[in-house]
Design a protein around this ligand. Structure first.
Ligand SMILES: Nc1ncnc2c1ncn2[C@@H]1O[C@H](COP(=O)(O)OP(=O)(O)OP(=O)(O)O)[C@@H](O)[C@H]1O
Length: 256
């Protein structure tokens, strides 16, 4: 392998998330015990486990909404407690946690993803508005921008939440049961779209799903690791030519 190629390859295989001996309890109820797992750049990780196994809790620890009582979480090489580049991580929580009466338009929901927690109440720049329009176009929902989010179908809402998660051009996308409650055809299209992002746009994925057929069809029959009640299925995208940095929204839009 040439020096340049090996340098690119090394750059493609950074540790994105490292869980080391992570334990978590709610009051006296122990949810996770000693979970260790590493997500490498360009992995697609499917996280499977029965109801109540602690999948959402694990995701919440990775996005900084909960802290482990034991063990450590490292994000892009930085301990989670000191991590500040939250725009590198896009998170789509379970749709069942969304209040359908939430009084916001699609455009407002997508814009609320900008730079996460820091700049929520600042004035929007022209670039912010362009990024929002790019995100809407990439997810093919530009005609829904002024609609109220609660008035959309489940599949359309899921696209809105994905657009919100993509607006900062993240390197890691975390999806909590994105396929639940939407019809089979829309599920299939949504899964195709995220596979495309994984293979063509170098995005690293962590996705919780109960749909074993879809998980196995893309990630293989056997989990790479089992930790307690959690199973981690993994597929890595290898193509070297995919390693160049891309602005996901622009390239998705260009491809149509
Ligand atoms: N805020 C909370 N306070 C107390 N217990 C909680 C809280 N959130 C979750 N739990 C409990 O923690 C356990 C793990 O919940 P979690 O949502 O992480 O599981 P899960 O694997 O994502 O489940 P599901 O597949 O049903 O979404 C469950 O028993 C749940 O009742």
């Amino acid at each position: 392998m040439s020096g340049a190629a090996s340098a690119i390859q090394a750059g493609c295989h950074q540790e994105i998330v490292k869980l080391d001996g992570v334990s978590f309890s709610y009051d006296s109820q122990s949810i996770l015990q000693g979970v260790s797992f590493t997500i490498m750049e360009r992995d697609f990780v499917g996280l499977i486990g029965s109801n109540g196994a602690g999948k959402t809790t694990l995701l919440r620890m990775i996005v900084g909404l909960a802290r482990p009582q034991k063990g450590s979480v490292t994000l892009f090489g930085t301990p989670a407690g000191q991590f500040k580049d939250w725009n590198l991580i896009g998170y789509v929580p379970q749709r069942s946690h969304f209040n359908p009466l939430f009084p916001a338009t699609v455009r407002e929901v997508v814009l609320s993803g900008l730079y996460g927690r820091k700049k929520l109440f600042r004035r929007l720049s022209r670039e912010d508005v362009e990024r929002c329009e790019d995100a809407l176009a990439a997810l093919k929902i530009e005609d829904l921008g002024n609609k109220r989010i609660g008035a959309l179908s489940g599949g359309q809402q899921q696209r809105v939440f994905l657009a919100r998660a993509l607006i900062n051009n993240p390197k890691l996308l975390i999806l909590d049961e994105p396929l639940t409650g939407i019809d089979i055809e829309t599920q299939h299209n949504f899964f195709q779209m995220i596979q495309h992002m994984h293979q063509r746009h170098n995005i690293t994925f962590l996705m919780v799903s109960h749909d074993m057929d879809m998980v196995r069809s893309y990630l293989g029959e056997e989990p790479k690791e089992k930790v307690g009640k959690l199973s981690f299925y993994v597929r890595h995208s290898h193509d070297l030519e995919d390693c160049r940095g891309t602005d996901l929204l622009h390239s998705l839009r260009k491809e149509g």
